[in-house]
Design a protein around this ligand. Sequence first.
Ligand code: SAM
Length: 277
Amino acid sequence: MLKINQSIDQLISENRILAILFDRVVSSPFYDENLMAKIKDYINTYLSFHKDNEIKPKDAYYRFMKSYKKDMTAFSKTGKYPLEIDPTRLAPSRYEYDVILLLSCMLADHRFRIMQIIESTCQNSQNGLFIGTGPGLELELVKSKIQNLYAYDLSIDKFVYHQHPDINFREEYFDGKNDSLQYDQVYLIELLEHLSNPYELLEQCIQVLAPNGKIYLTTATNIPQFDHLYKFESDHKDYENQVQRLGLKIEFMEDIPHQSITLDIGAKNRFYILQKK
Ligand SMILES: C[S@@+](CC[C@H](N)C(=O)[O-])C[C@H]1O[C@@H](n2cnc3c(N)ncnc32)[C@H](O)[C@@H]1O
């Protein structure tokens, strides 16, 4: 059984593989102690909230690493994502998914870097929209800068409501139809690859974007995660043409390669900040 209030530091120190992954993030060129402290605090609060859960966080993360390794091997042979190979493939529970998302921010340098870009580029503003908010770490990193926050996901854990009582949550797919607000910033972090047509969502976001408003988003290339649908090309030429056609200009772009311990399949995220022209 998980010890009551076991902290993330204890968890890492007691599990050699997690400790090795953590050390790799700590020795990455963009490592930042302050951000890591915030991530740890958030994870500790989450683990304490869920201290009675039967599934140990370590087991959830090990299960994910094992299945991702298998999916990478299949992808390197077939070029197919898991849902193309088996459309009935089930996603983990909300709790297990959130544990994976949170721990990966400490254990995978690409996730740490994504959170770092969010924290460092967020600007003071009035209205912010997050679609695909997951366990809510991004909200924690920006909430002191954005006055009114709105966040969507298909399902949202009780912890997220408890941790962010001032944020307006909706457990539904965002299509902009019931939304009369104008947002200064819209965040689509690790979301677009979950959709069969990401450009449709981008158009809906542009409709609710204030003049000169910005969209902060990531894309995913060669990441055969259990629930990914859309494959972004490595050079992003088609993607960049499409976003410019939709009336967005590229203000910032950074490639974030994945440092895999097992297979090099060219997995990477790209972070974009796009501004309404
Ligand atoms: C990879 S997670 C990213 C979560 C969070 N942004 C992060 O980086 O930790 C993707 C999230 O998008 C949500 N999601 C998937 N499809 C969605 C959709 N059509 N509308 C809203 N959320 C969606 C999932 O439930 C999941 O929480």
